[in-house]
Ligand binder design. Structure first.
Ligand code: GN1
Ligand code: MG
Length: 356
């Protein structure tokens, strides 16, 4: 469906509208590139059934982007383009919510990492983002999606989805359900350490996927995008999500499950990049949780995809009937490799921080 141009006119844009094109990006919001006579923008329709409080969400994003802009003197940063009534979003006559950002020219994203240089940049990028947010002025960020990475609660939702069993889909996912249910009891550790206050709550990205980093053509500079879920959480969630997406030899959308595995060389370089940028603020207890985060977040993503499959594909956008089941299988293949290499990765990280 063609984009209604009155939406574009509701924002403070430079130049007049020339064209719009849909950009495939993420599973939740809908994204367009807008070109005007003077420049380009990113326009997004926010998924309002998931992000219920778009006002608070927008305030978070304005606070984060302005804080980063005050510290990073770089052209390669994200800016919110305000609406003509000076808000961080526009609500149209049908009740849809829209928002606009600057478009960063000549930037690229990746679904699978292509080099060690990129892996190091990925580690650097999310640790730097966490570092930049440490002195974000009070109050704390609004909790846009409460319990977002509460794995035990996600497990409860998964069990409910198994009972719901949309169109008897359980029959197609027997092995996956059994495997994931068997592991459930060991996946509550991060939340439990947090509840015991052994690891601090910090402002973190919470959707630290490889594809949420814009690289420039030399793979050096980067800008983090998709700030929707930036809110209080534990460092290891971002570390885990970056490994889950960046060190998998297959993308999340790969159909050939045999292509999924953990790339250990890239993991080592990624971990070095992360340690370099986090060593001044990370605590000893947090260092011990990093690999736990990799396992927990990969497990959590597997049960989230599978729960959605069993609920009838109501959360993630899908493009074919078994899409969420195939996504689950990719996550499980990776998870098996992570569990196999867990001790090695743990030792590697421990040594890395000792040396740095
Ligand atoms: C969703 O839409 P996207 O790709 O930015 C999800 C993440 C998942 C991810 C799976 C709000 O993010 O938590 O990790 O899909 N975001 C939300 O790749 O649920
Ligand atoms: Mg996201």
């Amino acid at each position: 469906m063609a984009l209604d141009t009155t939406i574009i006119d509701s924002f403070e844009i430079e130049g007049s509208f020339v064209s719009s094109e849909t950009i495939v990006s993420g599973y939740i919001n809908t994204t367009y590139k807008i070109t005007t006579t003077d420049t380009s923008y990113i326009l997004q329709k926010v998924n309002h059934s998931i992000f219920k409080n778009v006002g608070e969400l927008s305030k978070n994003i304005i606070r984060i982007t302005e804080h980063i802009a005050s510290k990073v003197k770089d052209r390669f940063i994200l800016k919110v383009i305000p609406s003509k009534i000076n808000e961080g979003f526009h609500k149209d006559s049908e009740g849809n919510y829209w928002r606009m950002f600057n478009y960063l020219e000549n930037s690229v994203t990746f679904e699978v990492l292509e080099s060690e240089k990129q892996a190091r940049a990925l580690g650097n990028a999310f640790a730097n983002y966490q570092k930049l947010l440490i002195d974000l002025p009070e109050p704390g960020l609004f909790e846009v999606l409460p319990d977002f990475h509460n794995t035990p609660l996600r497990i409860e939702h998964f069990k409910k989805a198994i009972e719901f069993n949309f169109e008897n889909r359980k029959e197609h996912a027997r092995d996956e359900i059994n495997y994931l249910i068997d592991l459930a009891s060991e996946m509550g550790e991060v939340v439990s350490l947090g509840n015991q206050k052994k690891i601090p709550l910090r402002s973190i990205h919470q959707d630290a996927k490889l594809s949420n980093i814009l690289f420039n053509s030399s793979n050096e500079q980067f800008c983090i995008i998709d700030l929707d879920t930036t809110m209080p959480g534990y460092l290891c969630y971002d570390f885990g999500d970056a490994v889950r997406t960046g060190m998998n030899t297959a993308s999340e959308e790969e159909k050939d499950v045999s292509k999924a595995s953990l790339n250990m060389n890239l993991f080592k370089t990624f971990a070095e990049g992360y340690a370099e940028a986090s060593k001044e603020f990370i605590t000893q207890e947090e260092i011990k949780t990093l690999v736990l985060g990799v396992k927990t977040i990969t497990y959590e993503q597997a049960i989230r995809f599978l729960a959605d499959y069993l609920n009838g594909d109501i959360y993630y956008q899908t493009s074919y009937a078994e899409n969420n089941l195939t996504r689950t299988k990719i996550q499980i293949a990776l998870l098996k490799d992570i569990i196999k290499n867990y001790n090695f990765m743990y030792e590697y990280i421990t040594q890395l921080y000792k040396m740095s």
